[in-house]
Write a protein that binds this ligand. Structure first.
Ligand code: COA
Length: 104
């Protein structure tokens, strides 16, 4: 499932993609991974938080048991957004990343 944030340019009416959120079902377990990207000029306006909340709702609607993401340790912004959406964010693992997980 992919959610796209789009707006129309006020001058020329052309559509412009501001951000993308993806929820990818894993093979086997009843789980999915999320990934988010918001364009540099649109960050810190709440779009990432809103997209992640919508992806969580999709996961609930799909009756998934868990949603996860692996995040780089220095990506404090993504860890903060995940915590705000209810995810537990672990300490850095030996693999050099942190795990965000939400049981639904
Ligand atoms: C991570 C990302 C998706 C967040 O999207 P966004 O639209 O900027 O997020 P929001 O505006 O909803 O929220 C940003 C929050 O981070 C906080 N924040 C900003 N910089 C921060 C920092 N250095 N450390 C901690 N928190 C920070 C903001 O204060 C805000 O929190 P608040 O609403 O409680 O004040 C976006 O920065 C991005 O696309 N980054 C590059 C791609 C990436 O890292 N994706 C994650 C891979 S899963």
């Amino acid at each position: 499932m992919v959610l796209v944030v789009e707006r129309r340019d006020a001058k020329n009416g052309q559509p412009e993609i501001l951000g993308v959120g993806r929820l990818s079902k894993l093979h086997g377990p009843n789980e999915a991974e999320f990934a988010l990207t918001i364009g540099d000029q649109c960050q810190n306006h709440g779009l990432g938080t809103q997209l992640l909340r919508m992806l969580v709702q999709v996961g609930r609607d799909e009756k998934l048991e868990r949603i996860t993401a692996t995040i780089l340790p220095d990506n404090r912004e993504m860890q903060h957004v995940a915590r705000k959406a209810g995810f537990e964010v672990s300490h850095e693992t030996g693999a050099g990343e942190v795990l965000a997980q939400l049981r639904l």
